[in-house]
Design a protein around this ligand. Structure first.
Ligand code: CU
Length: 159
């Protein structure tokens, strides 16, 4: 049962690949070669704040190293949004609107727990939040910017 015969499968496989490629392309415009190094981003969660360093990264792969410094369980949640930090729409359960989500770590307790979250990011504005009910409203948010790669090339030639 491990090996599949290839008989008659090619047209279907090609069709499937076509569909997959299309759906990837629609949410990842032009992301076919941006894998030159992963940006390391350090995130600290606490009662009740989110700190991020650096607050920006070039487009492409970024790895968030998220540390919860508190005994309170926090989560790490990354929506892409043009809403200013701290101004995401909030629902009746005191959670920020989750549209635009590109990644998340479910809540975990500290202190000193570090989790990693690798994301492929498109240029744009993001807000890093904790969306445990009430925590966003209490100040757990930080803005984060993903810059287009063209800007990065400016630093190419140093003597
Ligand atoms: Cu929290």
């Amino acid at each position: 049962m491990s090996r599949q015969t290839r008989v008659c499968r090619t047209p279907l496989s090609l069709a499937l690949i076509g569909v997959l490629t299309l759906s990837l392309a629609s949410c990842e415009d032009g992301g076919d070669g941006a894998a030159e190094g992963t940006a390391e981003v350090s995130v600290t969660l606490g009662d009740f704040f989110v700190k991020v360093a650096p607050p920006a990264a070039p487009e492409g792969e970024a790895r968030f190293n998220v540390t919860n410094t508190s005994g309170t369980a926090h989560e790490f949640y990354v929506p892409r949004t043009n809403a200013p930090e701290g101004r995401l729409p909030v629902s009746e359960d005191n959670k920020a609107d989750e549209s635009g989500k590109v990644g998340e770590l479910h809540e975990f307790e500290g202190p000193a727990a570090t989790r990693k979250l690798a994301l492929a990011l498109e240029p744009g504005a993001y807000v890093l939040i904790c969306n445990v009910p009430g925590h966003h409203l209490q100040g757990m948010h930080a803005s984060f910017t993903v810059e287009p790669l063209q800007q990065e090339r400016g630093r190419a030639s140093s003597p």
